[in-house]
Structures are given as structure tokens and as C-alpha cells.
Design a binder for this molecule. Structure first.
Ligand SMILES: Nc1ncnc2c1ncn2[C@@H]1O[C@H](COP(=O)(O)OP(=O)(O)OP(=O)(O)O)[C@@H](O)[C@H]1O
Ligand SMILES: [Mg+2]
Length: 234
């Protein structure tokens, strides 16, 4: 792999997962989904997370983002040990350090495209001008420079996906978690988004974990993790 950002050290671990388990409760029954996950990702690396539908990919991404808590085990992102953070600290951690591209976008319907993308910048203390400037650049990169004033519900699924990606990058997060970022896109647009993700990792030195069913995404990654029966296979 060719790393273009000399400040990045792939030998330095950015994400460490140890013995993570997670079950969902349905009535009085527990449904185990993750049964002891171990893994590490070095700074500036791109890892693809594969697994059948229902294998727990979104569940694992949600735990790494601090959106949900593991039942046991530990998840450490840089110096942040998530199970030691309380809820408000986890929220701050997520807001500052994670860029999350949700499987179902989660754009705010009452904000325009430009406002949606600029918001994480403003929440992280960038000035309104700086946040807007970054948002404009990213929207150009994802090919939506002419849709600043549109509202999310007037966009196609693929366009919303691209807005969600721009929004995940605007505050320059440590770790980008993307849940099926090319799942709603035609193959040419999917390839463009994949190029953009790849570029983000290589040039800007970001670390990326992508849940995907796409072999093409997996082929571009530095490593592939496969979830099977609640465990990671390498
Ligand atoms: N909130 C919840 N309550 C109960 N069960 C849940 C909940 N969320 C997920 N599950 C179950 O946990 C399992 C893993 O779900 P998850 O969404 O992590 O799978 P996935 O690998 O992301 O699948 P897909 O490829 O379809 O997105 C599934 O069996 C799902 O039904
Ligand atoms: Mg999923």
C-alpha cells in the first residue's frame, strides 16, 4: 500500500477490539449476535467488513461508534476506551472523532443538503464559514455541487448516500465507519464513492471500516474481516 501522508503510522493501532459480545433482548429471550470479537486496525488503514445479512455488521459498527454498549469486552479508539466513557462523554467522542455513514442515511429532513453536511463542522466548533466552505468542497467531490439548497426527501437514495458520506467527512474524524456506502448506488456512482473513500484514507490519512456486501469494495481494502456465527474470520 502506498501511503501519501507521512504523519500517518500504520503500525500505530487506531482501533482495538477485545472479546466483544453483544446480544439483543426480544421479550424474555436473548439473541446473541456477537460472540467474542477480536480485531485491530492500524492508523490509515482501510478494512472491509463482510458477512451475510443479519450477521451483525451494523451491530459492530454501532458499538465502535459508541451508539450502543457491548455486553462485555473492550473497544478502544486511539486513547478512548468506550466502555469506560459515560453517555455524555461517548456522545462527545462520537461527535468529534467518528464519521458515520449510516446504512439508511439519517439525514435531517428539515435541513438543506448544504446545512446537513455543514452541521457536524459547526457542532465541533468550526466557524459557520469554515463549516460551509468544507461542506461546499465535499459536495463538489461527491458530485452534488448543484444540490446545496435541495432537501433530502427530494434526492434519490444514491444522492442521499453521497450527502451522508460528505457529512461523515466534514469534521475531519479519526475513524470513518461506513455501513453499506455503495449499497444504493449504480456501479459507476458506487465506484466514484469508493474512489472517494479510498482517496480519503490514502491522502488524508483517515482510517476506514466499511460494512459491505460488495466484493469490489473488499478488493480495494487493505484487510477483510468476515463475520460468521458471531465471530470474526480473517
Ligand atoms: N434493535 C434490535 N433488536 C433486536 N434484534 C436486533 C436489533 N438490531 C438488530 N437485531 C438483530 O441482530 C442481528 C444482526 O443485525 P445487524 O443489523 O447487525 O446485521 P447486518 O449484518 O448489518 O445485516 P444487513 O447486511 O442486512 O444490514 C439480526 O438478526 C437482527 O435481526
Ligand atoms: Mg446492516
Amino acid at each position: 500500500m502506498h501511503l501519501e501522508n507521512p504523519a500517518i503510522h500504520p503500525e500505530r493501532t487506531l482501533l482495538t477490539i477485545r472479546g466483544v459480545t453483544h446480544s439483543y433482548r426480544e421479550g424474555d429471550r436473548l439473541r446473541p449476535v456477537l460472540r467474542g470479537i477480536d480485531g485491530e486496525i492500524g492508523e490509515g488503514r482501510f478494512v472491509a467488513l463482510l458477512g451475510q445479512s443479519g450477521s451483525g455488521k451494523s451491530t459492530l459498527l454501532n458499538l465502535i461508534a459508541g451508539l450502543d454498549m457491548a455486553d462485555s469486552g473492550s473497544i478502544i479508539v486511539q486513547t478512548f476506551e468506550l466502555n469506560r466513557l459515560r453517555e455524555p462523554e461517548r456522545t462527545l467522542f462520537r461527535r468529534r472523532h467518528i464519521g458515520f455513514v449510516h446504512q439508511f442515511f439519517n439525514l435531517l429532513p428539515t435541513l438543506t443538503v448544504l446545512e446537513n453536511v455543514a452541521l457536524p463542522g459547526e457542532l465541533n466548533g468550526f466557524s459557520a464559514d469554515e463549516s460551509r466552505h468544507r461542506a461546499v468542497m465535499l459536495l463538489d467531490e461527491v458530485g452534488l455541487g448543484d444540490r446545496h439548497d435541495s432537501y433530502p426527501d427530494s434526492l434519490s437514495g444514491g444522492e442521499q448516500q453521497r450527502v451522508a458520506l460528505a457529512r461523515a467527512l466534514v469534521h475531519d474524524p479519526l475513524l470513518i465507519l461506513a455501513d453499506e456506502p455503495t449499497g444504493n448506488l449504480d456501479s459507476a456512482t458506487g465506484r466514484h464513492i469508493l474512489d472517494l473513500l479510498d482517496h480519503t484514507v490514502r491522502r488524508r490519512g483517515k482510517t476506514l471500516l466499511v460494512a459491505t456486501h460488495s466484493r469490489e469494495v473488499a478488493e480495494r481494502a487493505d484487510a477483510v474481516w468476515e463475520l460468521c456465527d458471531g465471530k470474526l474470520m480473517f
